[in-house]
Design a protein around this ligand. Structure first.
Ligand code: PXL
Length: 278
């Protein structure tokens, strides 16, 4: 196995178990060197907390990227999540063009919305910019709310296979290489992941636990990146990430003190084992 180096760009929510505080340990545990570029620093994430502090790091990004370029530093993948501003999205696009090694995948989690709504920090300008980024992505990992914002297809709480196929096809037509739609649930007891590319599609169905936790999208995308960079196919990585995320939610479930994030750390061994299996 060659030693892979991934760059991930997303915020640091100092408290809250999401974005970089999840991506760095999970991708590292997968055996991949993980370089970080913080898009912003917040005291907590923005879901369920009030009065959090935010420092937008947009101004720092061009200088950091220029330094890396001068040093000859390059990456085997770029994985982006929650970004600090609409303006930052062009900078990220530039980094994908200048610092990725030839053939290295650009993986975009358009972390901007959930449960039918945009996160509080974002507006239509951010959505328009994110559309540009996902069109360039080799792999895009939206939940259904994000997919609806990206495609303009109406958000639905209940749907059938035709709706999911139409959403994924629109994202592929727009330019994404592989689409991984998360939280695709056709019945009350199960949920799953729909993977689509120009060569076909598949659905991995798994148990739906009674409570949803904040931060599961970041845990999922990070585990996907780790497995994918260790040579799994998109379908295999999508399944491993789903099984890992379910284990994390099961471990967290029922702790009223821990609604702010997912207890992903004690379950990392399971992820490492799944990635190590042939
Ligand atoms: O988990 C997505 C996320 C990341 N970063 C920040 C957030 C959220 C979701 O609310 O607020 C700052």
């Amino acid at each position: 196995m060659s030693y892979k180096r991934v760059l991930t760009i997303q915020d640091i929510s100092c408290f809250g178990q999401c974005s970089l505080t999840v991506a760095l340990p999970i991708i590292s545990a997968a055996g991949i060197e993980t370089v970080i570029l913080p898009s912003a620093v917040l005291s907590t994430h923005t879901a369920g907390f009030t009065g959090f502090t935010v420092r937008d790091l947009t101004e720092d990004i061009p200088g950091i990227a220029a330094h890396w370029k001068k040093e000859g530093i390059s990456f085997d993948a770029l994985y982006t999540g929650y970004l600090g501003s609409a303006e930052q999205i062009d900078m990220v696009s530039d980094i994908a063009e200048t610092l990725l090694r030839p053939g290295a995948p650009f993986i975009v989690d358009p972390a901007m919305a959930d449960n039918g709504k945009l996160y509080p920090a974002f507006d239509t300008e951010y959505v328009e910019q994110m559309k540009k980024l996902t069109r360039k992505a080799d792999v895009v990992l939206p939940n259904l709310t994000e997919a609806s914002y990206l495609t303009g297809i109406e958000y639905r709480e209940s749907y059938g296979e035709d709706y999911i196929k139409a959403v994924a096809e629109r994202l592929l037509d727009d330019g994404a290489g592989t689409v991984i739609l998360t939280g695709v649930s056709y019945d009350a007891g199960t949920t799953g992941v729909y993977t689509a590319s120009r060569s076909g599609s598949s659905y991995y169905r798994h148990e739906k636990l009674p409570h949803s936790c904040h931060g599961t999208g970041d845990v999922y995308a990070s585990a996907f990146v780790g497995a994918y960079m260790r040579g799994k196919t998109p379908e295999e990585a999508a399944r491993i990430a789903a099984d890992y995320t379910v284990s994390c939610i099961r471990y967290t479930d029922g702790d009223p003190e821990h609604g702010y994030g997912v207890k992903f750390e004690p379950v990392l061994g399971e992820l490492i084992k799944m990635i190590g299996e042939e």
